[in-house]
Unconditional design. Structure first.
Length: 291
């Protein structure tokens, strides 16, 4: 399960690659248990406002104006589904069924996530993709909770995490079975060869809102998308420019996944306009050398 040269070729040809049984059942259980532990031990309303995350086009204004998100790159922070919070601002369901995601510094701050992210098998995959010196800027658990798990509209990851030239790869690990019913990924195969048409950048006119979209929306046809149904433990590699989406989760099963991004540092520049920037305390860790 190390991404053979044939698989690497398939990844660069199709724009994504599915590698079954990448994590063992034991590793998956450990990551899920740690996610629960982080929510139980670290989320409190004093330090963490009930911040909304909306993956739809209508990005939630409350989050966009929220410093909590903009400074979350090297923290463990909590973002809730829009439909989890009532008019009075209280949670309607238990936290684990209300959270959209936890991010963005799990891989540097939490020992369980760090071990998975910087594992030997992860390094082998990066080498087989011919990444010379990849860094890992961010990580998150996406929970896609039952009944209220929101839509993630068609997008390309390089829109949000831009590098010059573009050399970004998403690593996406299923912690539960992902089906068309509970919100699996969908891809447009070979859609990664066409560049990107828009970028999310830091607002040059000040912090309100902190980020703006620059460029044009593309229109995608539903029939061009292929579902990526996967079993838990599967690793999905996602090219920074491949078009992908996920539908709402209206089922009674959650769809927990762990995902992080890598970009090639050799001859590549992380855009100063990206929402996320390395900090003095936490420069982006290099995959092959981070301790």
């Amino acid at each position: 399960n190390m991404a053979t040269p044939e698989q690497a070729k398939q990844f660069y040809d199709q724009g994504y690659l599915i590698i079954k049984d990448f994590l063992t059942a034991e590793e998956v259980a450990k990551v899920r248990g740690q996610t629960q532990k982080i929510v139980d031990e670290q989320h409190n309303l004093q330090d963490h406002p009930l911040t909304l995350f909306m993956g739809g086009n209508k990005q939630c204004d409350r989050q966009k104006t929220d410093e909590y998100f903009m400074t979350s790159g090297d923290k463990i922070r909590f973002f809730f589904e829009v439909d989890a919070i009532d008019e009075q601002g209280n949670l309607k369901v238990p936290k684990m069924e209300a959270l959209n995601k936890i991010g963005h510094g799990l891989h540097i701050l939490d020992p369980v996530f760090k071990k998975i992210t910087f594992s030997k098998k992860m390094k082998n995959i990066a080498r087989n993709l011919e990444l010379k010196n990849p860094a890992v800027p961010q990580s998150m658990v996406i929970l896609k909770p039952p009944k209220i798990g929101g839509v993630v509209v068609p997008h390309q990851d390089s829109t949000f995490l831009y590098t010059e030239p573009m050399k970004l790869v998403g690593f996406w690990i299923a912690l539960e079975d992902c089906t068309t019913t509970n919100g699996c990924l969908w891809f447009i195969p070979k859609s990664h060869t066409d560049g990107i048409t828009k970028r999310m950048v830091r607002n040059p006119d000040g912090p309100d809102p902190p980020t703006v979209m620059r460029g044009e929306d593309r229109v995608y046809k539903d029939e061009d998308f292929v579902p990526g149904e996967v079993k838990k433990g599967t690793l999905v590699l996602i090219h920074g420019e491949v078009v992908h989406k996920s539908e709402a989760n209206r089922s009674d099963k959650s769809r927990h996944i762990y995902t992080f991004h890598m970009y090639e540092q050799d001859g590549v520049e992380w855009s100063k306009e990206n929402w996320q920037q390395p900090t003095a305390a936490h420069p982006f860790p290099s995959l092959y050398t981070f301790q």
